[in-house]
Write a protein that binds this ligand. Structure first.
Ligand SMILES: [Zn+2]
Length: 241
């Protein structure tokens, strides 16, 4: 059975529609991996953590939290000349922040900020017990690392052209899912016949509640179609069980 996992990146500020997204996910029993920025000027705020913490704790079967870089600023995981001890320190400090907050719902999945990770750092990150969940980049590939193919932005952000396409409807998203599975592109191969494919979202790109409310039914419709097609929705970490 083919599987689908979802990842929401850049959990930082408490945007007005984040609580709405959480409600949509809970109401529709949609699993989500939250890639949380642990610290720094754009790192997750106390109020974001306090909301997410409660929801993740109440629905551990649906939600989990992973590490999205350290500060998400600059070249913290990009510059290959960076000392490995500094890279290690960032990972461990970020992990401590998130583990203290989310405890057993923190999972050791590392999402590189900006989809970029120097391949020189990959062995260290895996040594620290992490799987690496990237995005459109093909740079990061190992048996514990894979790329997520496309995303479900509400609309194209001119600053994020590389992220993917805008999908207006659930049907379009489903057709795209099937195309990628059929082409065997950017899927996690589970066995001879079954594949897992991830969809990435950035809830913060919805910008405002009006835009969110206009677009979120497409996402929910896509999920409904996936269930009709017997595509199993899983938490990202489940793919490593
Ligand atoms: Zn990010």
């Amino acid at each position: 059975m083919n599987k689908l996992f979802l990842r929401d990146d850049d959990i930082s500020f408490l945007e007005p529609f984040f609580p709405w997204l959480l409600k949509v996910l809970v109401d529709n029993k949609i699993p989500m991996h939250f890639a949380v920025i642990p610290t720094g000027p754009i790192g997750a705020r106390v109020e974001t953590h306090s909301l997410l913490k409660e929801v993740v704790k109440a629905y551990p079967e649906l939600f989990e939290v992973g590490l999205h870089g350290y500060t998400h600023i600059g070249l913290e995981f990009v510059d290959p000349t960076q000392d490995l001890s500094i890279v290690k320190q960032r990972i461990l400090e970020g992990e401590k922040i998130l583990r203290d907050l989310y405890q057993e719902n923190f999972v050791k999945i590392f999402t590189p900020p900006g989809f970029k990770l120097a391949k020189e750092f990959l062995p260290l990150i895996e040594e620290l017990g992490y799987s690496v969940s990237s995005s459109v980049s093909k740079e990061v590939q190992s048996k514990k690392s894979y790329s997520i193919t496309f995303n479900i932005e509400a609309y194209k952000d001119p600053n994020h052209k590389e992220l993917g396409e805008r999908f207006a409807t659930g049907e379009e998203l489903m057709s795209r899912y099937k195309t990628y599975i059929a082409l065997d592109r950017a899927c996690l191969k589970l066995n001879d016949t079954d594949r897992a494919l991830g969809i990435l979202m950035h809830h913060a790109h919805y910008k405002d509640l009006k835009n969110f409310e206009a677009n979120i039914p497409n996402f929910v419709n896509f999920i409904r179609l996936a269930r009709e097609e017997n595509i199993e929705l899983v938490k990202l970490s489940k793919l490593y069980d």
